[in-house]
Design a binder for this molecule. Structure first.
Ligand code: UDP
Length: 315
């Protein structure tokens, strides 16, 4: 009998890559998504498989899946700043009510559950690079608060189910991740820059572009998540790539890679509460999971460019 894993947010960017990985590892995968920000295109290749089922369901409502479940990975959530500005209530509900429903199911089925948290729990961080012990600098009532606080609640309720009910839980804090299947129009910096460069438009650098991020290729992230799930460590673990870069440098790298002479830089206002710097300390992941990212940004960006070339419309 194959082990059965439920993946919420299965039609999303990271969720769909998780489905691929768990199928490759020999699991029976049950994908769940309400398709609010996910797309069936990301998992269309899985529908013919007998070891894949899909439920079109909103996890903020009671979740029922017949049969046993060995593992649950909760990856459903709007995840880009534009998405959670447009869907603030859904963002809060999926992090809070959705996580509660799934923890209840994990408890009932004796499943181990891994929840997707985020570097956003550190807010605009005053500690650099971010270590898991840092509690963060979050504005609860700012525009990002709906995402940051939902994820902080997700961590709190997950830990409570672990300590009070003895549910086996894992918490991954995901830093900026990129790769094929990112939504072209989700407003995040990488899809924005790639689509603008391919179309020969201005790359919209927010602020003066000196703010930093650290980008992890999706296959590396998925590998870290897999290792964390299989570990026995229930405290939060950062998974991300510590190679830090300013947004201005990042725009230049994409301009050079795409090589469209019409593309150029334009400057726009910095969004409210935009973190000034972000870089994971991955000492824990290295020590506890024996994990570290393998892809350089050059390799990862090339693979991602191949995807965006296919999906960005140029007329
Ligand atoms: N950003 C930018 N231009 C864009 C979109 C984003 O300069 O068109 C900047 C944004 O201000 C932030 C960084 O890129 O400093 C990463 O933004 P993103 O929305 O990808 O995710 P975040 O890391 O802020 O959650």
């Amino acid at each position: 009998m194959k082990k059965r894993v439920l993946i919420t947010g299965a039609a999303g960017f990271i969720g769909s890559h998780l489905c691929d990985r768990f199928l490759a590892e020999g699991f029976h995968v049950i994908g769940m998504d309400n398709l609010l920000t996910g797309s069936l295109d990301n998992i269309a290749h899985l529908f013919p498989r007998e070891d894949f089922d899909f439920y079109h369901h909103d996890v903020t409502k009671f979740v029922h899946v017949p049969g046993n479940i060995d593992y649950i990975l909760h990856f459903a959530s709007p995840a880009s700043p534009i998405d959670y500005l447009e869907m603030p209530i859904q963002t809060l509900k999926v992090g809070a009510l959705g996580t509660h429903n799934l923890l209840g199911m994990a408890r009932a089925k004796g499943a181990r559950m891994l929840v997707a948290s985020t570097s956003e729990v550190y807010g605009d961080p005053l500690v650099h690079p971010q270590v898991e012990e840092y509690w963060g600098n979050v504005n609860p009532v700012g525009p990002r608060g709906v995402y940051d606080e939902a994820k902080r609640f997700l961590e709190a309720i997950t830990m409570a189910y672990h300590t009070f009910h003895g549910v086996e839980t894992r918490i991954v804090r995901i830093f900026n991740t990129y790769g094929p299947r990112m939504r072209v129009e989700d407003g995040r910096v990488l899809p924005a820059f790639f689509s603008q460069a391919i179309r020969g438009e201005g790359l919209t650098v927010f602020g003066d572009g000196t703010q930093t991020r650290s980008f992890c290729y999706v296959d590396d992230l998925v590998d870290g998540i897999y290792k964390l799930l299989m570990s026995d460590y229930s405290q939060p673990v950062n998974i991300g790539n510590p190679q830090e870069i300013t947004m201005l440098e990042f725009a230049s790298e994409i301009l050079a890679l795409v090589g469209n002479p019409k593309a150029h830089l334009v400057f726009r206002d910095l969004p409210v509460d935009d973190p000034k710097q972000r870089k994971p300390d991955i000492t824990k992941a290295r020590k506890i999971l024996g994990w570290e990212p393998k892809y350089t940004r050059k390799e990862g960006l090339k693979k991602t460019y191949d995807y965006f070339k296919k999906v960005v419309k140029t007329d």
